[in-house]
Design a protein around this ligand. Structure first.
Ligand SMILES: Nc1ncnc2c1ncn2[C@@H]1O[C@H](COP(=O)(O)OP(=O)(O)O)[C@@H](O)[C@H]1O
Ligand SMILES: [Mg+2]
Length: 355
C-alpha cells in the first residue's frame, strides 16, 4: 500500500499551498515547474514560463539562473542570503534563495520572502517616529506662535507712532521676520485638517503634478510616465495627495540637477499590509529618479522634519508628505542607490479603508 505521505495528489496540494516560491529548472536552465507562490511573486503564469528561461520574462531571472548554474556545476546545495531581486519591472524584494541540485540534472530553487518581516518593523518605526515628532512639534509650535503674535502686534503699533522713515525700516524687519517664523512654524506643524475625501483617479493627481514640475524642469531632465490604466478610483483628498506627490517629485527634480530622468509609475498590488491592516488591493506609486541617491547615513532620518542636505532646504517636504499619506491610511517608503532612487507611495484601494 502507498503510504499517505507519498500520495501524489497530497504532495501536489502541499506544494500548491506553500508560501515560499518554488521553481524547478532543467539543466539548460529552462523552467520545468513553478508553484503558485512563485507565479504570484513574478506575476507570471505557468503557461507563460514553462519551457522558457525565466530571464526572458523577469528581470530577476539572470540572478536566479546564475545561482542555479552554480548549483548544477558544484552538485551541492547552498543558500544565498538576503538577495535583492527585481521580480517585475521596478518591483524589488529581498529573499533567501535555497538552491538544491537534484540527481536527474534538474535544480530546485526555493525563495523565502524576507521583506514582510523587514518591512513591517521598518514601517512601524516610520509611523511611530512620525507621530512622536508631530506631537512634540505641536507643543513647541504653540509656545512659539503666541509670543510671536504679540511681538508682531507690538511692532505694528510702534510703527504707527514713528514718523522717521528710517526707523520704520527696523519695525519692518521685526514684522517680516515674525511672518517668516510663523510660516516656518506652520510648515512644521504640517496639515492638521482631516482629509475631505472624494472619489478620485490617481492619474489625474500625477498628471497635475507632472504639469507643475514640467514647467520647473531644466531641458535636460525628462519626466516619463508608466501608468497602469486599470487602477480603480480611490477615496482621497486630491489637494493633499497632490501636495504629497509634489514634495517627492520636487526633491527628485532637485536631485537630478540639469540632466536626468524622473519616472512616475503606477501599479496595483494584492494582499498588502500597511501598519497592521491587510488590504485586498493597494495602489503603488513609484517616483524614480536617476540622481545621486540618498547617503546611507541619512536614510533613516529623511522623514524627520528639519532634516535637509540643501542649504536652502527646510527639511519639511518629506515629513509633510508622510503625514498626508498616513492620513489616507497609506505609507511612503524609500529605497536608494546611486543613480536609482525610488520613493513609493502605498495607498489602500478598498472602500472601507479609503472613505
Ligand atoms: N530623490 C532624492 N534624491 C536624493 N536625496 C533626496 C531625495 N529626496 C529627498 N532627499 C534628501 O532628503 C532631504 C529631505 O527632503 P525634504 O524633507 O523634502 O526637505 P528639503 O527638500 O527641504 O531638503 C533632502 O534635503 C535630501 O537630502
Ligand atoms: Mg523637499
Amino acid at each position: 500500500m502507498v503510504p499517505t505521505d507519498t500520495n501524489p495528489a497530497l504532495v501536489q496540494r502541499v506544494i500548491e499551498n506553500l508560501s515560499s516560491a518554488v521553481l524547478l529548472m532543467d539543466e539548460s536552465l529552462c523552467v520545468r515547474f513553478i508553484n503558485p507562490a512563485a507565479q504570484a511573486l513574478f506575476a507570471i503564469s505557468t503557461r507563460q514560463v514553462t519551457g522558457q528561461k525565466l530571464s526572458a520574462i523577469s528581470p530577476a531571472g539572470k540572478l536566479l539562473e546564475r545561482a542555479a548554474q552554480q548549483g548544477l556545476e558544484s552538485g551541492e546545495a547552498f543558500t544565498e542570503r538576503e538577495r535583492r531581486l527585481e521580480v517585475s519591472v521596478g518591483r524589488y524584494i529581498t529573499v533567501d534563495v535555497a538552491v538544491t541540485p537534484l540527481t536527474d540534472g534538474d535544480v530546485l530553487l526555493e525563495l523565502a520572502h524576507l521583506d514582510r518581516r523587514l518591512r513591517i518593523t521598518r514601517e512601524q518605526h516610520l509611523i511611530s517616529q512620525n507621530q512622536a515628532t508631530r506631537h512634540l512639534l505641536r507643543g513647541l509650535a504653540h509656545e512659539i506662535k503666541n509670543p510671536l503674535g504679540g511681538l508682531r502686534g507690538a511692532a505694528q503699533l510702534l510703527e504707527r507712532e514713528l514718523n522717521d522713515v528710517e526707523l520704520k525700516e527696523y519695525t519692518q524687519v521685526i514684522i517680516k521676520e515674525a511672518d517668516r517664523l510663523r510660516t516656518l512654524v506652520n510648515g512644521m506643524l504640517g496639515p492638521n485638517s482631516r482629509p475631505n475625501k472624494r472619489k478620485i483617479n490617481i492619474h489625474e493627481i500625477l498628471e497635475r503634478v507632472r504639469q507643475l514640475v514640467e514647467a520647473e524642469a531644466p531641458s535636460g531632465v525628462t519626466i516619463e510616465r508608466d501608468y497602469d490604466p486599470s487602477i480603480p478610483p480611490l477615496m482621497a483628498e486630491s489637494n493633499q495627495l497632490i501636495q504629497a506627490t509634489l514634495n517627492i517629485v520636487r526633491n527628485a527634480l532637485q536631485a537630478v540637477g540639469e540632466v536626468g530622468r524622473i519616472t512616475l509609475r503606477t501599479r496595483t498590488q494584492r494582499q498588502f499590509t500597511i501598519s497592521d491592516v491587510t488590504h485586498k488591493l493597494v495602489a503603488r506609486i513609484d517616483i524614480v529618479d536617476s540622481g545621486p541617491g540618498i547617503p546611507p547615513e541619512m536614510m533613516d532620518r529623511i522623514f524627520y522634519p528639519m532634516v535637509t542636505s540643501r542649504p536652502e532646504g527646510t527639511g519639511l517636504g518629506l515629513s509633510i508628505a508622510q503625514t498626508l499619506v498616513n492620513q489616507h491610511g497609506g505609507l511612503i517608503e524609500c529605497w536608494s542607490e546611486p543613480g536609482h532612487t525610488v520613493f513609493t507611495i502605498w495607498l489602500p484601494l478598498e472602500r472601507e479603508n479609503g472613505g
